[in-house]
Write a protein that binds this ligand. Structure first.
Ligand code: ZN
Length: 436
C-alpha cells in the first residue's frame, strides 16, 4: 500500500512533469506543486516557482541581468491555464534588482508582465477562446471574470497591432458602419488583396480627419516615396465626399473604385424612398393600403424572397405603383456589372440614367445625379476587372455580426478591440505549447 506521502509526491511529480512540458522558464524551476483549497471554495492547483541557483534576475525595463536588491516575503499569485478545468496558480516571491540604468526596480519574469496577475499563457488561452465564444461565455466556461477575458483580448490585440506588418498592401476597401443608433459612425479600412484579407483600421466618425488619421498611422515609419499609401493601387469606397477627398490626396498612385455594394445600397435606398412616397399617396387618396409590410420585399434580391414574399411581389407588380417601376429599374441596373467591356457598360449606364430621369421619381433622379457626378469612378470598376466584388460587403456583414454580439460595448475603444480581434489577423506571441 502507498502511504499518503508517497501518493502526494507522485502527484507532485506528475504535475511538475506536465508543467515543465508546457512551459520553458529557463532561469526558474517549479518547487512544491499540489492541490490546495485555502481561501477559495473550490479545489485548485498551486505551483510554487523558485529562481534557479546562480541565475541573475533581470531588470523589468531593459532586461539586463542585475544584482538582487531584495525579495518580497509574500509571494505574488499568478493565474495560469486551468488543467482539466481545475484552476492553476503560480506563487512566486518577486525580487527587486539594482539596475545601473533604472535603479531599484522589480524583476522581469517570463510568465507575466507588469502588475498583471494573469500569466501570458492564460491571457493567450482566454483570448483564443474568445474568438469562438462570446466573452461572457469564455468567462463562464473557465471560471474567470468578464473583465479578465476582456483584458486578455485587449492585451493580445495590442501585442498584435504592435507586431503586425503593414507592408505590401495593394488593395484596400473603405467602409463606414453605424456603431450605435443615433448616427454615430466609424470608418473601417480593410486590406482586400487576394489571399490577404484583414481589417487594417478602425477610426471614429466618417470625416476627412477620420480617414486621414488612418493613413497617418498606416504610413508611420515610412516617408517620401517609400510611404505605404503610395504603394496602394486600388481603393474601393463609397462616394462619400470626405473619403474621396482624402484618397485623392493621399493615395496618389491608386485607382479609386466605387464599390458595387455601396452603389447598390444607394439604389436600394432610393427605391425605399419611392415606396414611402407611394404609401403616403395611397393613404391620402384613401385607397387600399397594398404596400403594408412590403418594405423588405423591395429591399431584397428577388432570389432571396420567401414563397410568401414572392407571391406578394407578383401581386404588387399588377398595380400601377411607382415603387414597382423603381424596383424594376433597380433590378435592371444589375446588368451594368455584367458587361465585359467598359464601352458597353458605359452605354448601358447612360441609357439607364436617361430612363431614370424620365421616370419623374425624385429619389431615382437623385441617384442618377450622384452616379453622373461620379461616372468616372464607377467606370473604374471595369479597369479593376471586378476587384473585390462582395469583398467589402463580406467584411461589412462580419463587422455587424461582431458588433451585435452582446459584448456590452460601451465605447468605440472596446468595439475596436473586438473587431481587430475577430478580423485583424494579428500576429500572436510565440508560446511553448498551444493551450487552446
Ligand atoms: Zn534596467
Amino acid at each position: 500500500m502507498f502511504t499518503t506521502t508517497v501518493i502526494l509526491s507522485l502527484t507532485e511529480m506528475l504535475l511538475k512533469t506536465i508543467l515543465n512540458s508546457v512551459t520553458n522558464y529557463k532561469s526558474f524551476r517549479f518547487g512544491k506543486v499540489g492541490f490546495d483549497q485555502k481561501n477559495t471554495p473550490y479545489q485548485h492547483i498551486v505551483a510554487v516557482i523558485h529562481p534557479r541557483k546562480n541565475s541573475k534576475a533581470l531588470c523589468t525595463k531593459c532586461g539586463k541581468p542585475c544584482p538582487t536588491y531584495d525579495t518580497t516575503q509574500t509571494p505574488r499569485r499568478f493565474e495560469f491555464v486551468p488543467l482539466w478545468n481545475i484552476p492553476v496558480f503560480f506563487d512566486y516571491k518577486m525580487r527587486r534588482v539594482t539596475c545601473p540604468e533604472h535603479g531599484v526596480i522589480v524583476e522581469r519574469v517570463p510568465w507575466g508582465d507588469g502588475k498583471c496577475t494573469q500569466t501570458i499563457e492564460q491571457r493567450q488561452f482566454l483570448a483564443n477562446w474568445a474568438r469562438r465564444l462570446s466573452w461572457s461565455e469564455v468567462a463562464e466556461c473557465f471560471h474567470t471574470t468578464f473583465g479578465k477575458v476582456f483584458r486578455a483580448v485587449k492585451w493580445i490585440v495590442e501585442y498584435g497591432l504592435e507586431h503586425r506588418n503593414l507592408d505590401g498592401v495593394e488593395s484596400i476597401g473603405i467602409d463606414e458602419v453605424q456603431i450605435r443608433k443615433g448616427h454615430r459612425y466609424a470608418t473601417l479600412v480593410y486590406q482586400i488583396d487576394d489571399g490577404h484579407k484583414r481589417l487594417l483600421g478602425v477610426e471614429e466618425d466618417r470625416t476627412e480627419e477620420s480617414l486621414q488619421h488612418f493613413f497617418d498611422e498606416f504610413d508611420a515609419g515610412t516617408k517620401d516615396e517609400d510611404k505605404r499609401s503610395l504603394k496602394i493601387k486600388w481603393v474601393c469606397s463609397d462616394m462619400w465626399k470626405a473619403y474621396l477627398n482624402v484618397v485623392g490626396k493621399v493615395c496618389t498612385n491608386a485607382l479609386n473604385i466605387l464599390d458595387r455594394f455601396h452603389v447598390k445600397g444607394h439604389l436600394t435606398e432610393a427605391v425605399n424612398d419611392v415606396r414611402k412616397m407611394d404609401v403616403a399617396k395611397l393613404k391620402k387618396e384613401g385607397r387600399e393600403p397594398v404596400l403594408t409590410k412590403s418594405k423588405y420585399i423591395f429591399l431584397k434580391n428577388p432570389e432571396n424572397l420567401t414563397d410568401e414574399q414572392a407571391e406578394k411581389m407578383s401581386e404588387l407588380l399588377g398595380y400601377n405603383l411607382r415603387v414597382v417601376r423603381a424596383y424594376l429599374m433597380k433590378e435592371d441596373f444589375e446588368r451594368f456589372w455584367e458587361y465585359k467591356t467598359a464601352y458597353w457598360s458605359g452605354r448601358f449606364l447612360d441609357a439607364w440614367c436617361v430612363r431614370a430621369m424620365r421616370s419623374k421619381m425624385e429619389p431615382m433622379k437623385k441617384f442618377v445625379k450622384m452616379v453622373r457626378k461620379h461616372r468616372e469612378l464607377l467606370m473604374n470598376w471595369f479597369r479593376s476587372k471586378g476587384l473585390s466584388s462582395g469583398m467589402v460587403e463580406g467584411f461589412n456583414n462580419r463587422v455587424k455580426l461582431t458588433a451585435r454580439k452582446a459584448y456590452g460595448f460601451r465605447s468605440l475603444e472596446t468595439l475596436k478591440i473586438a473587431l481587430f480581434h475577430a478580423l485583424g489577423k494579428l500576429p500572436e506571441p510565440e508560446s511553448t505549447h498551444r493551450f487552446w
